[in-house]
Write a protein that binds this ligand. Sequence first.
Ligand SMILES: [Zn+2]
Length: 337
Amino acid sequence: MASDRQVDGDRAWPCDDDDIPTFVTALGLPGLIDIHTHFMPDAVLAKVWAYFDRLHDPSGRPQWPIHYRTDETERLAILRGLGVRRFTSMFYAHKPGMAAWLNDWGVAFAADQQDVVHSATFFPEPGVDAYVAEAIEAGARVFKAHLQVGAFDPREPSLAPVWRRLADAGIPVVVHAGSGPEPGPYTGPEPMTDVLDAHPELTAVIAHMGAPEYAAFLELALRHPNVHLDTTMAFTDFMEVLAPFPDKLLGTLGDHPDRIVLGTDFPNTPYPYAHQLASLTGLGLGHDWLRAVCWDNGARLIGPPPADTDPGSGPRPDPRPVPSADVPRDGARSEKP
Ligand SMILES: [Zn+2]
């Protein structure tokens, strides 16, 4: 599983979660922005954890031990303690009648947590366009669609007005569209390719770099200026066993730092947060690339942290040139009504 690129001098950096604030400071960043973190009602999260608990490797050991299995207050404190200054509450529906209820929960959660981007979801069902419109009206600034868990076709006619609405509003939608770690009837590049052909302006963020169909989703991103890939679990030792990222695509990744955005799956990872960051560092694509991925692109997509939660508000301390240093700090897109 170790590949040549992991022998980079930065490979072990950051070693563990305690190193993350040093990592952030060394990059000259005010913190991290994570577009793919999971907060949801306790009962729903318990079901997600129960699913992962049932997975075992051939020797009978737990395959997916949840690293941050603790209560919500502590999970929020851990994430903030790592220096994550802006993050999402990705929840998703696996059956009809669930999304609008989850969206109501999301309104309250975002109202209570100023650094959380108000997140929402949808499912193909009667009334979907109306409740998506309501969620946007209530302040939702990022959506999540999970094609594997939801097992729905994103080309469903009921979703056409939803994609249109999100595209028109410029609101990003994080889509679990790849066939990893498990395929579904509508995962893989084809369904989202069709959606993007119909809605080429859509700001879509393909979760997990599109694993394992990395090449096809990267190509899709490069065909559409608003399509991004999130790093969630990609490049980690865990994912490299299941779906290794092809070394031959690294040059393209390095050439397009503006299309890759930090995501982690916190708290549901079978390893500490630092391992995701070390895996990105280990790609050897340089510090400008890391700055774009860990902050600038997230700030552009979901907005920078609100000023009142910003302990070090002000100009970026880093003297080195940064490609997207002109990210507006006062929020080109306002996050809270
Ligand atoms: Zn996720």
